[in-house]
Design a protein around this ligand. Structure first.
Ligand code: SF4
Ligand code: SF4
Length: 475
């Protein structure tokens, strides 16, 4: 029993030993959540449909000719908000990933699983699409339960067939959208409109993704959140008593007891929970929020709406189940920015600063300058010293780039001996060039030289290397 818990509440914590959707024999317990209504349900629908619209049009939106988001693993090309990134941007990826992890940790410490309830694709698709279809085709919880338990009738076959055809069609749409995020919308349209024999790989990927989404939304469902999702598993270490979660106000609610009209609940030693179990019936993960914060709770707000509705109908104040922290409920302390949040914020600020700097300083090209192997230097007829270099340039921009090289050192000269470079977006080109320096510009055996990579008059990047000269030129 928690030290703050009223003495009359006996708590059986054995429910924490297992998850709500698996019985003692290890068999799946199918959850039939009751359809929820209310303020939060309505707001979540609006947010959910906006996110779904964004998700489906995302691959077709363009910024400067580039998609909003593309994670092309095949070509190893990634586009975020119209900016192309390549494996050469590895440092930005690592810092970006670390920033994301710290942001997630900070956000969770402060606001619990707010993301899961409002923005996670699994919850949004389940609540706003697949469960809605189920409600329309098969009815609310009692009808669905009866249908599943009942014999195989024509009506059952018709309803189940219709539901699964709709489920697979939507999964197919999701699979295609997912593929568009990976290979780009142009390539997806190419696969869809081209002859099937030329795109067997693409079509296979399309069907495989559709199959996985169908299996997930039709059968696996809430188990993705309770048994697979790594973010869900992290809650145990990230949440503390000050985190805002969806919580039952046990101080106000206990001891729970059925509602009796005209009864003075206080005088009868009862709390505000009328033990109607509406919060349990509407929970899509099959838990009882009155047991406290649990791993299975995806913060979907269904229990808030269910309880508020019951409170209103019996004339008690709403908010018995609400967004609150444990300290707020037990100690009546408002939300506080604690030391852990401050530490995460400091780390996050540094990481965001580094990330912004790296992106701001990121050039449109990635160049490598190497001296020709096996050659030291050549002495020109006029006595100057030359070194031969190989220069590789990757075009990281989404523009066609004609490339020129200039020696950023007035004393010397640069002679291109390889072909001039014209690079398409994402193309890698190589050329050869001589750098020629007078002996009085040499600084011993190794002199630092810097070459500017230009397109027109725009300096894209500076690359430095060492220039090898004869030993006797050391100053
Ligand atoms: S306990 Fe409430 S918020 Fe958590 S999953 Fe169940 S209904 Fe949603
Ligand atoms: S809906 Fe509210 S009143 Fe009903 S059992 Fe749940 S917490 Fe108690």
């Amino acid at each position: 029993m928690s030290p703050r818990q009223p003495a009359h509440i006996k708590r059986d914590e054995s429910f924490r030993d297992s998850i709500s959707t698996v019985d003692k024999q290890g068999k799946r317990v199918w959850v039939y959540p009751r359809k929820s209504h209310g303020k939060f349900t309505n707001w979540r629908s609006r947010v959910g449909y906006s996110l779904l619209a964004l998700l489906f049009i995302g691959p077709f939106l363009r910024i400067g000719g580039e998609p909003l988001l593309m994670i092309n693993l095949v070509e190893r090309r990634f586009v975020f908000f119209g900016q192309s990134f390549w494996p050469q941007d590895f440092v930005i990826f690592v810092i970006g990933f670390l920033t994301f992890i710290v942001f997630v940790a900070l956000f969770t410490v402060a606001f619990g699983r707010l993301f899961c309830g409002w923005a996670c694709p699994q919850t949004v698709f389940m609540d706003q699409v697949f469960r809605r279809i189920e409600h329309i085709v098969e009815g609310d919880w009692k009808q669905r339960q009866a249908l599943d338990k009942g014999p195989l009738t024509g009506d059952k076959v018709r309803k189940k067939t219709l539901k699964h055809v709709l489920f697979f069609s939507i999964s197919f749409l999701i699979g295609n959208t997912f593929l568009a995020y990976i290979i780009g919308s142009d390539e997806l349209i190419h696969i869809v409109t081209g002859p099937a024999s030329e795109h067997t790989g693409g079509l296979f990927a399309m069907l495989a993704f559709s199959g996985v989404f169908y299996a997930n939304f039709a059968f696996f469902r809430e188990q993705a959140c309770t048994t697979v999702c790594p973010y869900g598993r992290l809650q145990g270490v990230l949440l503390d008593r000050k985190s805002i979660v969806i919580a039952y106000d046990h101080v106000r609610g206990e001891g729970r007891g059925l509602f009796r009209k005209g009864e003075d609940r206080k005088a009868a030693g009862k709390g505000d929970c009328i033990d109607c179990k509406a919060c349990v019936y509407e929970c899509p993960t099959g838990i009882d929020i009155r047991n406290g914060t649990q791993l299975e709770c995806v913060n979907c707000t269904a229990c808030i709406d269910a309880c508020d509705h019951m409170m209103r109908s019996v004339g008690l104040p709403t908010g018995l189940v609400r967004y609150a922290s444990e300290t707020e409920i037990s100690d009546h302390k408002p939300f506080r920015f604690n030391a852990r949040m401050k530490a995460y914020t400091a780390v996050l600020t540094v990481l965001v600063g580094v990330l912004i700097t790296l992106i701001a300083l990121r050039s449109d090209t990635d160049s490598t300058l190497l001296r020709a192997p096996g050659m030291l230097f050549q002495t020109q007829p006029d006595g100057r010293i030359s070194n031969l270099y190989f220069l590789k340039v990757l075009n990281k921009s989404h523009d066609h780039l004609p490339i020129q090289f200039r020696l950023l050192d007035d004393a010397g000269e640069l002679k291109l001996v390889g072909k001039p470079l014209e690079l398409e977006p994402g193309a890698l080109g190589q050329s050869e060039l001589f750098v020629i320096l007078p002996t009085d510009a040499l600084d011993g055996m190794r002199t630092k030289v810097t070459i500017g990579v230009y397109t027109g008059d725009r300096l894209l990047e500076k690359v430095s290397t060492s220039f090898v000269g004869p030993l006797n030129t050391a100053h």
